[in-house]
Structure formats: C-alpha cells, structure tokens
Design a protein around this ligand. Structure first.
Ligand code: NAD
Ligand code: HSO
Ligand code: ZN
Length: 432
C-alpha cells in the first residue's frame, strides 16, 4: 500500500480525485449532541452543583465547592519558576514575539467631523471578560494558551478566565506556566461541556463571559456551537492542514518532515505537496519512507498520510497556486525561489509561509502570528484569531443642529416610504 496518495493535476479525473481527498465528514455524533445538550441544560439550571457533579464523573475529581477547583495564580507563577531554564526562556521568548506581533493588530477609535459640525466615528472597546478553554484530556498545548490569551490581553480584556480539565487531579505544569506568562486572570480546573456551559451561562461562583475561545474535543466543540449566540465563540476548528508548494530544490527531507509536522496532530490531519518536478516527488516519497519509522507518532502520521495526504504533480507553479486557492488551506508553505512573488498569487490561506526557511512549525510556536487559523476551506471567508476578535466596535453619531436639518429631511422621506411614522416625526421634530 502506498504511504501517501499520488495524483497528477493534469489527469482527466483530477478534479474528482481532489474533491474526494479534501472531503471531510464533519457530521455530528448524535450521542455526543444529546449528552452535551443535557449537560448544558443542567449547568444552566443548577450551576455549580452540576459542574461539580460532571467534574467528578468525567475527570474523577471530587470537590464540594468550585473554589476547591480554582488554581491560584501563585501556583501558576510557581510552575513557571520551577521550569527548567531553557523551557522558561523558550516560553517567554515565544510570548514576547506573539505579543509584539499582535500589538500591530490593535485598531484605534476614529471620528471625523463634517462641514456642518456633525461628528461621526467608531469607538473600539475590548470585551469585559473572556473564557479560554485549554484542552486537558489527552494532550496539553501550552502554545495554545499563549495564542489565545495574548491577543485578548493585547486587546485590553481586563479578565481572561482559563478553564482546563485536570483528569484525576493531575495538573500540567507547562500549561500553568504559560497561563502565568500570558497574564491569565483566573484558572479553574474544569473541562468539557460543563466548563463551556459555566462560562457561557455563569454559575454562583463563575461569572459568565462574553466570548469563549480555544480548541477542544468533540464535546467541547459541540458545546461551543450550542452556546454561540449567548456568547461569542472564536471558531470550531477542524483537523490541522498543511499544503506545500515546492519548486523541487528544497531538501526533500525538510519537506517530508514539514508534511509530518501537521500529520502528527491527528489521523484526520491533511498534508499535501504540490510540485512540478516528478523526480523530486519521488525523492520526497522515499524520504517519507525512511524518516517515518523514526517518528514517535508514526502511527498517527501513517494513517493521516495514507487517508488524507497527497503528493501532487502539477504542470507548473502557476497551476500550483490555482490549486492552493481552491483548497484554501490552514497553512501554506511556498518553498521556492522568489516565494514572495508567488505569494502574490495566493488569495485564500490561513497563514502563508514564504521561502525554504519558513517552516510551518515556527508559526505554531514562536514566529509571532497566531496559530489558531481557519481550517476546512474556511480561509476563503475567515481569518486567523487576532486582537480584533476581542474588540468590538460601536458607531458614534453626534448630529449638529445644522446637520439635523439636512439629515432630518432625508430620514423623514425614507421613513414615510417605509410606513414608519414615528421615525419620520422624530426626525422632523428636530427641523427648525
Ligand atoms: N486546532 C488546534 O489548534 C488544537 C490545539 C490543541 C488541541 N486541539 C484538539 O483538542 C482536542 C483535545 O481533546 P482532549 O480530549 O484531549 O481534551 P478536552 O479538554 O477537549 O476534553 C476533555 C473533557 O471532555 C469531556 N468528556 C470526555 N468524555 C466524555 C463523555 N463521555 N461525556 C461527556 N463529556 C466527556 C470531559 O469533560 C473532559 O474533561 C483534540 O481533539 C485536539 O486535536 C486542537
Ligand atoms: N498546528 C496547530 C494548529 O493547526 C497548532 C499547534 C499547537 N502545537 C503545535 N501545533
Ligand atoms: Zn502544529
């Protein structure tokens, strides 16, 4: 059996083959949906008591009050202080770079004044309180703590509440250290749908938030979808994706490892290479074969590459860019000469990595941009998580007496046209 699918973009049935490769069944599991609906309803009705019961049932942590599940900020700082120096420095350098990048995203309020003295504008305000879900079931992602909490802090959110399950009571030291580095304000050891419900609806001990961000398993994803509307959510991210356009001159081992770097996340992750050089594609295939057995997560990578990965021969790099726009990947690596020039042809991708030295893995941890990105083709209409996700805008309108004369007549005419007399009169009352 082939280690990875081999396609040719100029085969007659390529369109259909690509469609099949990209198809991702995001259908929801009915049992999970029912269970999440029940948990959310229960948390909404009974608050803390329900959260404590589910925490005991799903995470085997017994507590009689939510305060017992609260992880003091001093413990997070202690976890940071106890980290080996190299790990602490890496975490702090990554945080500094991510913070500096996000500072550039801050938008300011603006106004302008018309000739008659009417002032119009937009006021930008950070959200008051946001919730950050940090998965804690099977693996821990301290990098995701930084990527979710730092933009909120840069936006000026005064209260970032982090929830993370601690199965059997075991706490992940690097996650807590990352919370300290990012300046998280409150940490509660709860997880799953019950944590999402507590953040969304509020309980006796947990104040409701305005928005919930962060990844999680199917229970968390379902709960986030269901509470959307009561609170905002960032997105419901699908499996990780990487698409590489290569001109065939980057070392084949580098490109094979770049494909592995996203494939190792998940059996459903997608890793695809587009290249016009058939001999080079053979080299990458051979490299996959000899590097794979050395990977600790070889089983996950093997399944991901065999089911959803592909090496695709293209006519030229122009065709590669067209296919990339069609796929709209979460991550796009352009591993070519003059990568920036090729990037100009790309319209749809969550993040574009230009040149042979820009491995996607650098973006996951420390380059600066956010690693929470649109997946499953949603890069055609959405963007990376950023400071703007934690800010909202209010319109500003201050009409002068003179301005009211002009606007009042326009508004009254349109309001009568809509049959809304009160609107029209309210505008007309201000006419001299
Ligand atoms: N896209 C990204 O950037 C990114 C980053 C990190 C993690 N992830 C994803 O997040 C997920 C993390 O999942 P996880 O399970 O390790 O941690 P998790 O914290 O998301 O889920 C654990 C919680 O699930 C709930 N749960 C488990 N079984 C349940 C059941 N039978 N009924 C009701 N609730 C139940 C429990 O409350 C438990 O606390 C993975 O799928 C991972 O790929 C994505
Ligand atoms: N690549 C992931 C998002 O697709 C994020 C991540 C976290 N740690 C490593 N990688
Ligand atoms: Zn990654």
């Amino acid at each position: 059996m082939s280690l990875i699918n081999r396609l040719d973009a100029n085969d007659a049935d390529f369109g259909q083959q690509l469609k099949t490769l990209l198809a991702f069944d995001a259908s929801q599991d009915e049992q999970i949906e029912q269970s999440v609906a029940k948990i959310l309803n229960d948390v909404r009705q009974r608050g803390d008591e329900a959260v404590l019961e589910y925490t005991q049932r799903f995470d085997q942590v017994q507590a009689s009050h939510i305060h017992e599940l609260e992880i003091p900020l001093a413990d997070c700082q202690a976890a940071l202080d106890a980290l080996p120096t190299e790990q602490r420095k890496a975490l702090e350098s990554a945080a500094d770079r991510v913070r500096a990048y996000h500072e550039k995203q801050k938008t300011a309020s603006w106004t302008y004044t018309e000739a008659d003295g009417t002032l119009l504008g937009q006021k930008v305000t950070p959200m008051d309180r946001v919730g950050l879900y940090v998965p804690g079931g099977k693996a821990a992602y301290p990098s995701s703590v930084l990527m979710n909490a730092l933009p909120a802090k840069v936006a000026g959110v005064p209260e970032v509440v982090m929830v993370t399950p601690t199965p059997g009571g075991s706490r992940n030291a690097i996650v807590l250290a990352a919370a300290a580095v990012a300046g998280v304000d409150r940490v509660i050891a709860i997880g799953g749908a019950q944590a999402v419900g507590a953040l969304a609806y509020g309980t006796q001990s947990i104040a409701g938030v305005d928005k919930i961000v962060g990844p999680g398993n199917a229970y968390v994803a379902s709960a986030k979808r269901r509470v959307f509307g009561t609170v905002g959510i960032d997105m419901v991210a699908g499996p990780s994706e990487i698409l590489i356009i290569c001109d065939g001159t980057t070392p084949a081992d580098w490109i094979a490892m770049d494909l592995f770097s996203q494939a190792e996340h998940d059996e459903l992750a997608q890793a695809i290479l587009l290249c016009p050089d058939a001999a080079y594609l053979e080299q990458v295939y051979a490299s996959i074969g000899h590097q794979l057995p050395n990977m600790p997560r070889a089983d996950i990578i093997r399944t991901s590459l065999a089911n959803r990965g592909a090496l695709i021969k293209v006519r030229d790099l122009d065709q590669a860019c067209e296919i990339a726009n069609e796929i709209a990947p979460e991550h796009l690596e352009i591993s070519t000469e003059n990568a920036a020039a090729w990037a100009e042809k790309i319209r749809h991708a969550g993040a574009i990595f230009m040149g042979r030295y820009s491995s996607e893995s650098l973006g996951d941890y420390c380059a600066g941009p956010n690693h929470v990105l649109p997946t499953s083709r949603t890069a055609r209409f959405s963007s990376p998580l950023g400071v703007y996700d934690f800010q909202k805008r209010s319109s500003l309108i201050q009409v002068s007496r003179e301005g009211a004369q002009t606007l009042g007549k326009i508004a009254a005419t349109l309001a009568f046209g809509e049959g809304l007399q009160a609107h029209a009169e309210s505008a007309r009352y201000r006419l001299d």
